[in-house]
Design a protein around this ligand. Structure first.
Ligand code: NI
Length: 170
């Protein structure tokens, strides 16, 4: 396994619409293992493939950050099929360091996805798991959590993003 560098805003790969995974082979298994190691080391509760520069529809979520294997989800070609409720909690993102802000998300989602063998599953998630899934799936369409912010929260986010642009330039 290898720890991979995490892409930081404004890296353009974070704005790409990722492509579906069609071949479920050893290469994908290795990539997912590397992503898992990278996510845990960060540490983070989720990581999407574009965050390590890969434009594939793969997202990992693990609220336990490597402590509980049962909480680790590999979501390949995931799709949210329904969402309910509305909750507001502070989120952050490994690609937008040192910035958190409250984001409105559904409190329950149903998601279909494929596993490392290409088998299809349906997952009902609520609370923080639902939130983490929404956040990571957004990444697969080039959407960042700051894109959901409005008003003063959006202004705060803009300042944080401008700081990141300056840091990445220097
Ligand atoms: Ni993120």
């Amino acid at each position: 396994m290898a720890r991979l560098p995490i892409r930081i805003y404004p890296d353009p790969v974070l704005r790409v619409r990722c492509v579906e995974v069609e071949t479920f082979d050893e290469e994908i298994a290795t990539l997912v293992a590397d992503m898992k190691e990278t996510m845990i080391a960060a540490p983070g509760i989720g990581l999407a493939a574009p965050q390590i520069g890969v434009e594939s529809r793969i997202a990992l979520v693990d609220l336990s950050v490597g402590e509980e294997e049962s909480e680790f989800y590999v979501l390949i070609n995931p799709e949210i099929t329904s969402g309910e409720g509305e909750g507001v909690e502070a989120e952050g993102c490994l690609s937008i360091p040192d910035f958190t802000e409250k984001v409105t998300r559904p409190t329950q989602v149903s998601v279909t996805y494929q596993d490392l063998h290409g088998e299809r599953h349906t997952l009902q998630a609520d609370g923080w798991l639902a939130r983490a899934i929404c956040h990571e799936l957004d990444h697969l369409d080039g959407v960042l959590f700051v894109d959901h912010l409005k008003g003063l929260r959006r202004e705060r986010a803009k300042r944080a993003l401008r700081r990141l642009i300056r840091e990445q330039e220097s």
